[in-house]
Design a protein around this ligand. Sequence first.
Ligand code: GUN
Length: 167
Amino acid sequence: MNKVETIIRALDLSPHPEGGYFKETYRSVGEIKESSLCGDYKGSRNYSTCIYFLLTSDNFSAFHRIKQDEIWHFYDGSPIRLHVITPEGYYSNHIIGRNIMECEIPQFVVTGGCWFAAEVVDMNAHSLVGCTVSPGFSFEDFELKPRKELVSLFPQLEEVIARLTHE
Ligand code: GUN
């Protein structure tokens, strides 16, 4: 078994629809009722959830968005490049990693409502990170847009969108 297979087995990871592998490691018992949630959530949400997320260099996490802020934590492997597009179309990218001397950052917060995608920086490598959200994650708050639709929203970003979306 290679290293990636070993991690997938040891951490019991499953394929994620955005690309990569994940396992939910925490879902709070407590819930927030819809009437107390700001933003347009349908139904209640747990206070918070957390996942392991594993990405390999032969794949990418495609542009998607969720309603909540998402906190990324670096754990192991290659640094990961996170691409972010705000709802107004402002683009930025950020290297999540441990080499602080090289301006990598161990934690990064993606603001809710932004489109974001990720790729492993090194070749023939993988990245293991954690992603925490509050209110807790629900696939009802998760949106993956096809390439054509995202490019029509942000035509000035066609190159990066085409590279980090599936058809
Ligand atoms: N649980 C399942 N998928 C996800 C995801 O993409 N992000 C977070 N934070 N939790 C999830």
